[in-house]
Design a binder for this molecule. Structure first.
Ligand code: CU
Length: 277
C-alpha cells in the first residue's frame, strides 16, 4: 500500500494534539521496566565513579607521572584532559548507540517529525563552550607554573646543544660535562632543590627532552631559553634530542641523575673545575 505524501504541517498539528496523551503515557512509563533499567544504570555508573574517586585511584593513562614539581603539574593537566575526553566520549557514544538502537527502523511508518528543540540546542552549545573554557583556564595555569622562574635557584646549569651531543656547565663550580655520539653525558641535579637551566644551541635547532619530567623545549641558535627543574624523586632518567637535527640525531642522548641534596654537594665538590667527556 502506498503511503500518503508527508506533510510537515499536518504532522506538527498531530503532535500538538497528541501532547496531552503523550505526557500521561510518559508518567505511566516512569515505572516501566525500561525506565527502571535506566535508573539502575545511572545508579551503577554513579557508584563506579564514586568508588574510583573514594579509592583515590589516579590512573596515569600511559603518561609519566612527572619526576619534578613542574612535570607533576603537567601530568595532572594531562590527567584532567584524559578524564574529560573519556567523559565526553562516553556521553557521545552512549547517546549514539542509544539512538541507533531505540530509534532503529521498525516499520515503514513515517516517524514523528520535529523541527527543532531549542533547550537541547542551547545545552549542547553551552556545555562544550564551558568545557573548552575550563580546559583553557587550567592549561594557562599549569603553563605559568611550569614556566615560572625561581628568583634564587639553588643550582644553575647552562645546557648547550650541538651536532651531536650536549654540554652541561655548572658555573658555580666551573664544572663541565661534554658528551658525544660515543659517550652520552649525564646531567646531575639535586632532589628537592630548584635548578635553573639556561638552554642554548651552538648550531641548528635541537630539542631538550626528558620524558620522565614531562618536559621538552627547543634549543635554538641565537636564542636563550630559561626554565627551572625541581626534581621530586632520586633516580636516573633518559634524555634525548626531540628535533631531527642531522645525521646522528638519534645518537643525541643523555641521562639525568637526581641525587639527594647531600650527595649532590659531594658530587659538585669532587667535580669542581673539572671537564669530563
Ligand atoms: Cu639534536
Amino acid at each position: 500500500m502506498a503511503l500518503p505524501p508527508f506533510d510537515p504541517l499536518i504532522q506538527i498539528d498531530l503532535d500538538c494534539n497528541l501532547k496531552r496523551s503523550t505526557i500521561k503515557t510518559a508518567r505511566a512509563e516512569g515505572n516501566s521496566p525500561a525506565s527502571r533499567r535506566v535508573r539502575w544504570g545511572a545508579k551503577l555508573a554513579g557508584l563506579a565513579v564514586g568508588s574510583v574517586a573514594l579509592a583515590g585511584c589516579s590512573p596515569a593513562f600511559g603518561a609519566y607521572r612527572g619526576a619534578t614539581t613542574q612535570g607533576r603539574s603537567t601530568f595532572h593537566l594531562f590527567q584532567g584532559f584524559a578524564i574529560t575526553a573519556i567523559f565526553v566520549g562516553g556521553i557521545t557514544f552512549g547517546l549514539l548507540f542509544f539512538v541507533l538502537l531505540r530509534y532503529r527502523k521498525k516499520s515503514d511508518a513515517i516517524p514523528k517529525q520535529r523541527h527543532s528543540n531549542v533547550k537541547i540546542e542551547i545545552l549542547y552549545t553551552v556545555i562544550p563552550i564551558l568545557i573548552v573554557v575550563g580546559l583553557f583556564f587550567f592549561t594557562v595555569k599549569v603553563e605559568n607554573k611550569v614556566d615560572a622562574l625561581n628568583p634564587s635557584p639553588n643550582v644553575k646549569v647552562t645546557v648547550t646543544a650541538f651536532q651531536w651531543g650536549w654540554k652541561f656547565y655548572y658555573p658555580a663550580t666551573n664544572t663541565t660535562v661534554i658528551g658525544s655520539i660515543k659517550h652520552y653525558p649525564q646531567l646531575v641535579l639535586p632532589e628537592g632543590e630548584t635548578t635553573a637551566i639556561t638552554l642554548v644551541s651552538q648550531d641548528v635547532v635541537h630539542g631538550f627532552y626528558i620524558p620522565a619530567f614531562n618536559f621538552s623545549r627547543y634549543a635554538l641558535p641565537g636564542f636563550v631559553n630559561h626554565f627551572d627543574f625541581t626534581p621530586t624523586s632520586a633516580g636516573t632518567y633518559i634524555g634525548r634530542c626531540s628535533q631531527l637535527c642531522g645525521l646522528y640525531h638519534s645518537e643525541m642522548l643523555f641521562s639525568v641523575k637526581v641525587l639527594s641534596a647531600q650527595q649532590f654537594q659531594s658530587w659538585t665538590s669532587s667535580q669542581a673545575g673539572k671537564v669530563t667527556a
